[in-house]
Design a protein around this ligand. Structure first.
Ligand code: FMN
Length: 202
């Protein structure tokens, strides 16, 4: 196992925008970060639909096909949502932050209710109770009062609500550039260096 400065848990759920999760994981692995990724069942379906992911191939090989150096992949551990006994399910496992990107309204609701029925929702629950950094990247529109109240509840509990809302002032030229305007803000919240986006005023 490679020695890294930070361990970050990244859950990918079944909201549209799998690319947010994929580019975040790739960006973290390119830095000195060890990533524990958790894919929900719905995330696998949306990844297949949006990015041609083949569950039979596995996420590691998918990332290689996406262009990630196979050497860096060694810093990545991948879990399914069913692996409820995996490390991120316990508060005794120390990590430096958890991100759910993209975050479905279902996982958001479960996290807001403390309903820890799979590894993703359990890891959210644990991250909150241990007062560690939890960043949720919700993707839905329009938002119902239920969605908004769930977000407010999570914010009060200490989570960062960082919606998948790209910005345009850096003139992103491609979809990857547009997605990176959000990934950059997630990396900032995690305190991980990056050069994904020119800083305003720099
Ligand atoms: C193609 C596709 C796109 C979806 N987009 C969204 C979305 O943007 N936001 C959302 O909350 N749910 C979306 N869903 C529905 C979720 O996948 C569904 O609620 C699922 O139960 C979420 O489960 P999970 O949170 O365990 O991944 C989408 C489903 C599909 C098939």
């Amino acid at each position: 196992m490679t020695t890294c400065d930070k361990i970050i848990v990244v859950a990918v759920t079944g909201a549209s925008g799998s690319l947010y999760g994929v580019r975040l994981i790739a960006a973290l692995l390119r830095q000195d970060v060890r990533v524990m990724a958790i894919l929900s069942h719905a995330a696998e379906q949306v990844l297949s639909h949006e990015m041609g992911y083949d569950p039979g191939m596995g996420f590691h090989d998918f990332l290689t096909a996406y262009g990630l150096d196979p050497e860096i992949r060694k810093k990545l551990t991948v879990f399914s949502q069913d692996e409820i006994a995996a490390a991120p399910a316990s508060g005794s496992f120390c990590h430096h932050g958890m991100v759910v990107a993209p975050c479905s309204m279902k996982t958001l609701a479960a996290a807001a209710a403390g309903y820890a029925d799979n590894l993703i929702t359990r890891a959210c629950d644990v991250t909150l109770k241990e007062k560690r950094c939890l960043i949720l990247v919700p993707r839905e529109t329009p938002l119902s009062l239920i969605h908004l109240e769930n977000m407010a509840r999570l914010a009060r509990a200490g989570a960062v609500i960082l919606p998948a809302v790209p910005s345009f002032y850096s003139f992103p030229g491609t979809i990857d550039d547009l997605v990176d305007t959000v990934v950059a803000r997630i990396m900032d919240q995690l305190g991980v260096e990056h050069s994904l986006l020119a800083r305003w005023g720099a």
